[in-house]
Design a binder for this molecule. Structure first.
Ligand code: MLT
Ligand code: ZN
Length: 482
């Protein structure tokens, strides 16, 4: 790998001069590939482009490059191989696991200038975009054409499709529509050795052996640069209504899910705890859904084609109250009310940044969630009584977000090191529940040391071998995932 030597003895001075020449060389060679205006070493860019939304890392890239074509991406990759300088692929940098962090003098390859919608095909029901298009732009393009792209989460305005694919983004509608993986029908990517791959050619049926498209989905920028993506679209859903219910025990949420799922088509079944609600209200000034206190809340978004579903939902609500599963509840009667109710859930993540959270994105089978949550809660209460724990997430797909807030008396690094200890215990628990240490945020830097709790050493070794095939010199996103 490429280093700057810092010593002043003569050997290193020579070395330094050579390397400094190379540094100038890198910038000028990048400029000759993408043009001067598409290379930046501006301080503000160096500070921004090395970070995603994890708060625990420092930004220290060498240079930011903004290619405008696949050819340029290939050339940048050849150059990086030649000089053995690592590249960090960069999308909207909304990730929560440090997958887009550049803190070791890397080249950040930003897809910001490759963001065109290339094609909408109404026969195929697909949209083809450059990887830098935002999730929201794709959603809007689908909508304009009478279709729907269903992967949805709070950061759609800035997250980019390439990043969504690289992390197999999930979100709030997975219960109904699945993850990003379920919507990708084609990928054009350049591997770590510079080879151009056109994967699956957007076919529906294609039984021709290994489907590398699926290797790239969730590869976190370690195998290649995703340049273009073809996404499947579907018909827009019918209008929906929203219920917020309060329950006294987490396990009751599963009973409520069963009851609502038996009669209604659910687009989302989310949850949050009392502390999450308090904090969202405190930071954003939203109104409480109802006055009754509840330790846990469910947000249920159900399809309501002809308004009969609302009557059905009210009956199901009464059934839940009769069975003493639900303490109180409220149902939306307009789109505006639904939106306001959703804010109580969607604004949690952003709200918690004010409290420097240590984030965990865990999953187990839905049926195992209550025991899993109870065990984690009692472990943290016993071992770290001063730590405030905030729970929220996606009950409908077994995904629990555990956020631990930094107490004032600990500095950032003391807090991180205690949380790393907690993560080892969490990892062991995840393993014993056959769960995953990352449900939808990816592994990146933050969860890399805990991968062994979700994957066997055999699998991890194979992953490392696969990485070598696509990226023999290890220039792509080194240190992430593996
Ligand atoms: C969410 O469910 O709100 C997102 O995954 C973000 C987060 O976990 O903070
Ligand atoms: Zn989530």
């Amino acid at each position: 790998m490429y280093h700057f030597a810092r010593s002043t003895n003569s050997f290193y001075v020579d070395c330094f001069i050579n390397l400094r020449d190379s540094a100038v060389n890198i910038i000028s060679r990048l400029e000759s590939i993408v043009g001067r205006k598409n290379v930046s070493i501006e301080q503000a860019d160096l500070e921004n482009f090395g970070l995603d939304r994890t708060s625990v890392y420092c930004s220290n890239p060498r240079v930011i490059v903004f290619p405008t074509s696949i050819d340029q991406i290939q050339e940048v990759i050849y150059l990086a191989n030649d000089l053995e300088v690592p590249i960090v692929p960069s999308g909207g940098r909304t990730g929560l696991s440090g997958g887009a962090v550049a803190s070791n003098s890397e080249i950040v390859l930003s897809m910001n200038k490759m963001n065109s919608i290339l094609d909408v095909n109404l026969n195929d029901r697909t949209v083809t975009v450059e990887a830098g298009a935002t999730t929201q732009e794709v959603q809007e393009e689908a909508y304009k054409n009478g279709l729907f792209y269903p992967v949805n989460f709070a950061s759609v305005g800035s997250s980019q499709i390439g990043g969504n694919v690289a992390t197999n983004a999930g979100g709030v509608n997975v219960i109904k529509y699945g993850m990003t993986r379920d919507w990708v029908s084609g990928i054009t990517a350049v591997t770590g050795s510079g080879e151009l791959l056109v994967l699956n050619k957007s076919l529906i049926k294609n039984n021709t052996g290994y489907d590398f498209r699926h290797l790239f989905i969730g590869s976190e920028g370690t195998l290649g640069i995703i340049c273009q993506v073809t996404l499947k679209l579907t018909e827009p859903p019918p209008p929906s209504s929203v219920f917020i219910l309060g329950v006294s025990k987490f396990k009751d949420l599963l009973e409520v899910l069963k009851i609502f799922q038996s009669k209604l088509s659910l687009q989302a079944f989310e949850f949050f705890c009392d502390h999450a609600l308090e904090k969202v209200i405190e930071v954003h000034g939203h109104s409480k859904p109802f006055v009754t206190y509840a330790p846990f809340y469910a947000l249920i978004d159900f399809e309501n084609q002809d308004n009969t579903s609302q009557d059905e939902a009210l009956k199901l609500y009464s059934e839940c109250v009769d069975k003493k599963l639900v303490l109180d509840g409220v149902m939306s009667e307009s789109i505006a009310q639904s939106r306001n109710m959703w804010k109580l859930r969607e604004d949690i993540s952003e709200t918690l940044w004010h409290y420097q959270p240590y984030k965990n994105d865990l999953s187990v089978r839905i049926s195992k969630m209550p025991n899993f949550l109870d065990e984690i809660d009692s472990f943290i209460k016993k071992s770290y009584p001063n730590f405030e724990v905030i729970w929220y997430g996606h009950i409908g797909d077994g995904n629990l977000h555990l956020n631990i807030l930094k107490p004032d008396e600990l500095n950032k690094s003391e807090f991180k090191s205690r949380c790393d200890d907690i993560s080892i215990n969490l990892g062991k628990l995840v393993e014993s529940f056959d769960g995953s240490i990352s449900a939808e945020h990816g592994v990146g830097l933050l969860k890399r040391n805990y991968l062994k709790f979700s994957k066997s050493s055999g699998e991890i070794n194979l992953m490392a071998e696969v990485k070598k095939v696509f990226d023999p010199k290890g220039i792509l996103n080194p240190g992430k995932l593996l």
